[in-house]
Unconditional design. Structure first.
Length: 118
């Protein structure tokens, strides 16, 4: 069983993650797609015209994939919120691992029984 000193270190690390969690901004799931389209010019053979950029946010709503067209400024805000969501997931993963270590270090395990003789 780990020492109380190591348990304190785990709690200190956990509290630091809790503070980081409180500092998160808005969170959104999904991904942003930046698209540029090229279309042939009917009047000039072999020439194309570029359109865009277009921004699309892909996400899941009620189990279905939904695409939303965004303006450049909204795409930047949604992209930042998606990054915050990824940061949240990393923090939660670390917190879960630390929680397991804290529980294991602060509570006794099942004691083994001796084998029965028949």
């Amino acid at each position: 069983m780990p020492t109380p000193k190591s348990s304190e270190k785990l709690w200190t690390r956990y509290d630091a993650l809790r503070v980081a969690l409180a500092g998160l901004g808005p969170i959104l799931q999904g991904s942003i797609l930046h698209r540029r389209l090229k279309r042939p010019l009917p009047s000039l053979k072999g020439k194309e015209r570029a359109y865009g950029p277009y921004y699309q946010w892909t996400q899941k709503r009620k189990g279905k994939t939904v695409n939303v067209n965004l303006s450049r400024s909204r795409a930047a805000a949604v992209s930042k919120a998606i990054q915050e969501n990824r940061r949240l997931e990393r923090l939660l993963s670390k917190m879960r691992l630390l929680s397991l270590q804290i529980v294991e270090s602060t509570t006794p395990d099942v004691s083994r029984r001796s084998a029965r003789r028949v």
